[in-house]
Ligand binder design. Structure first.
Ligand SMILES: [Fe+2]
Ligand SMILES: [Fe+2]
Length: 292
């Protein structure tokens, strides 16, 4: 079993300081095998916002795997130069130079893909070259390794917004994801926490893949939900997604969903009663699980 702390959409420049400190406190109590940040570190990609985001990241546990979001590319300006010539200059300067991040141990493999693009303000997509990365890195892995791909833009829309801004051309990427045995997709962007089998949206998809989105962890740009992040446990046939939401001045577990893979299909079990969520399932220290 492996544990992933999945945070997204920090939006430095529009951060609630109390929530940001609360996230540091909450994560300090846990030791995830991997911390994933699925983009939108800043509000406007300004150097000062990146500096604050980088300082924040240094206070979070590692190892960390991060990808940029659409807000991490400068907006159009008087010369159009930053957006089109060096769109991720500040990201590479302050966050990481690695735009093709990989994490691997003997049970878990995670590939980060930059889906943010200069030619669109909000939307994003995956390039042919990036799909080749999936083939090269993910396809050779044995079934015993749990395979995760991280993008900023989600593959599936939230249940309440079927027309929401999801990754462009998702159908074109499914062949690689299926053929290479991807088990889970992580994303953010919409500032809503939701997850489901990819096939809930793509009826023709051949492989059951879990698509998991995190809400905004620290920003004031909430969309009717509290700030939240996902505490995810993965194993070959059992996954748990625990949403930890900001409530009463702290992050608390608000919803836990367990998926069991039966005959190759991820089946969503009823929301797990908190009392039944043992430490072996969530990986969280005792006393951190509360029903809200
Ligand atoms: Fe965002
Ligand atoms: Fe975004």
């Amino acid at each position: 079993m492996r544990t992933i702390a999945h945070i997204s959409d920090l939006h430095f420049g529009k951060v609630d300081p109390a929530v940001a400190e609360g996230l540091i406190t909450d994560l300090a109590a846990h030791e995830p095998d991997l911390l994933v940040v699925s983009g939108d570190f800043t509000q406007r990609a300004r150097a000062r916002q990146y500096q604050d985001a980088a300082a924040f990241l240094r206070r979070l546990p590692g190892p960390q795997l991060v990808v940029p979001g659409n807000h991490d590319i400068p907006m159009y300006d008087w010369a159009f130069i930053p957006r089109f010539v060096a769109p991720l200059r500040n990201y590479r300067r302050f966050i990481t130079r690695d735009l093709r991040p990989v994490y691997q141990d003997d049970e878990l493999f995670v590939l980060g893909i930059n889906s943010a693009r200069s030619f669109t303000q909000k939307s994003g997509w995956i390039s042919e070259e990036q799909l080749l990365d999936v083939k090269l890195h993910v396809c050779p892995l044995p079934p015993s390794v749990f395979k995760v791909v991280v993008t900023h833009h989600p593959f599936i829309p939230p249940p309440r917004e079927p027309g929401a801004d999801v990754i462009i051309g998702a159908e074109a990427y499914l062949d690689e994801m299926e053929a290479c045995g991807v088990d889970m997709l992580l994303a953010g962007h919409l500032h809503l926490a939701y997850h489901d089998d990819l096939r809930s949206h793509f009826k023709a998809a051949k492989r059951s893949i879990l698509s998991v989105q995190a809400g905004t962890a620290t920003s004031t740009r909430r969309r009717g939900e509290p700030n939240a992040y996902n505490w995810i446990t993965v194993s070959p046939d059992l996954c748990t997604v625990a949403v930890r939401a900001w409530c009463n001045g702290r992050f608390e577990e608000s919803l836990v969903t367990r998926y069991r893979r039966v005959n190759g299909v991820w089946e969503r079990e009823a929301q797990v009663p908190v009392d039944e969520v043992g430490e072996k399932v969530t990986g969280l220290p005792a006393g951190t699980r509360r029903r809200s």
